[in-house]
Design a protein around this ligand. Structure first.
Ligand code: C2E
Ligand code: MG
Ligand code: MG
Ligand code: MG
Length: 278
């Protein structure tokens, strides 16, 4: 991301940028030395049907405590891992651990995994994911895969073909962080999707007229295209009320539960379902 000086071909780094680059290099080196099985932990966050109070799925999110660097946020280490084949090892570790944790959850709860654009373009990774799912004994219909708009835009034809194959197997595909990329409303109908997750920046804003208008129009579009719509980042009861009023019943956010270690999920699923039903 260095700025290129017109004509000179020289990179100018601000001190901040230099620091960020050094940090990314350190993260990459630590990832290369990382024993994923030991150092990567999984947390899970409930995705609920706010009308019925049931937990429909758990999104699995990676946590990394590096012995070299300490806790690194996924947004930092995933971005670095995506620049090399390191991401595939992370993805597979998350699947392996997530599928193992799923054995402790009731059958009606789905597992939602984030996968990177690079994974969609790696036949070996896809084969390994399919193998993990098959040997886990978990029905593919219980697996959701979350992809971002950016992932779908990069070599869209290949991405679409891969997602279509996963769907033919029963896996559900969700478009993550909708509204933050550039696919936008115009080509939503061309993508092989089952669900759309509206990015939390719009939910944040739901009290304000503009966020509200976006959420309402995405919801209308999802209905017209028979896509399930999930609101991300629901933090307050008034946000939830507003969402229910416009008919958006699938939601995720701190209001229902923050991401917790997967060992605690069976308990979380019970508590959230009971509390919401009450
Ligand atoms: P995401 O897939 O959009 O996941 C949702 C993020 O929003 C999570 O951050 C979650 O902790 C946070 N969140 C959930 N509810 C709320 C809320 O009510 N308010 C606020 N402010 N935040 C909320 P996290 O765990 O830090 O993950 C960040 C991103 O890193 C994820 O965004 C996802 O894109 C990526 N990521 C995490 N784990 C994996 C992974 O295993 N593989 C891949 N490829 N990406 C991952
Ligand atoms: Mg996600
Ligand atoms: Mg998201
Ligand atoms: Mg997000």
């Amino acid at each position: 991301h260095a700025k290129r000086v017109q004509g000179g071909g020289m990179c100018i780094f601000t001190p901040d940028l230099e620091g960020a680059i050094r940090r990314d290099r350190a993260i990459e080196a630590a990832l290369q030395a990382c024993a994923f099985d030991d150092e990567l932990q999984l947390v899970g966050q409930p995705i609920v049907n706010a009308r019925t109070g049931m937990v429909e799925a758990v999104e699995l999110l990676a946590r990394w405590n590096s012995p070299l660097l300490g806790d690194i946020a996924p947004s930092d280490f995933i971005a670095v891992a995506e620049r090399s084949t390191l991401i595939h090892g992370i993805t597979l570790t998350v699947f392996r651990k997530g599928l193992a944790a799923a054995r402790l959850l009731p059958d009606h709860v789905a597992l939602s995994f984030n996968i990177s654009a690079c994974d969609l373009h790696s036949p070996a990774t896809l084969a390994a994911i399919e193998c993990e799912i098959a040997t886990s004994g978990i029905a593919p219909s219980r697996i959701w895969i979350e992809v971002t708009e950016t992932a779908l835009m990069r070599d869209a034809a290949t991405a679409a073909r891969v997602l279509q194959r996963l769907r033919s197997w029963g896996i559900k595909v969700a478009l993550d962080d909708f509204g933050t990329g550039y696919s936008s409303l115009s080509n939503l109908h061309q993508l092989p999707l089952d669900k759309v997750k509206i990015d939390r920046s719009f939910i944040d804003d739901v009290q304000a007229q503009r966020g509200w208008a976006v959420v309402e129009s995405v919801l209308g579009l999802c209905r017209a295209l028979s896509l399930q719509c999930v609101a991300e980042g629901v933090e307050t009861a008034s946000q939830l009320e507003a969402l229910l009023r416009i008919g958006c019943e699938h939601a995720q956010g701190f209001l229902f539960g923050e991401p917790l270690p997967v060992a605690q999920l069976p308990e979380v699923v019970r508590i959230v379902s009971r509390r919401n039903a009450a």
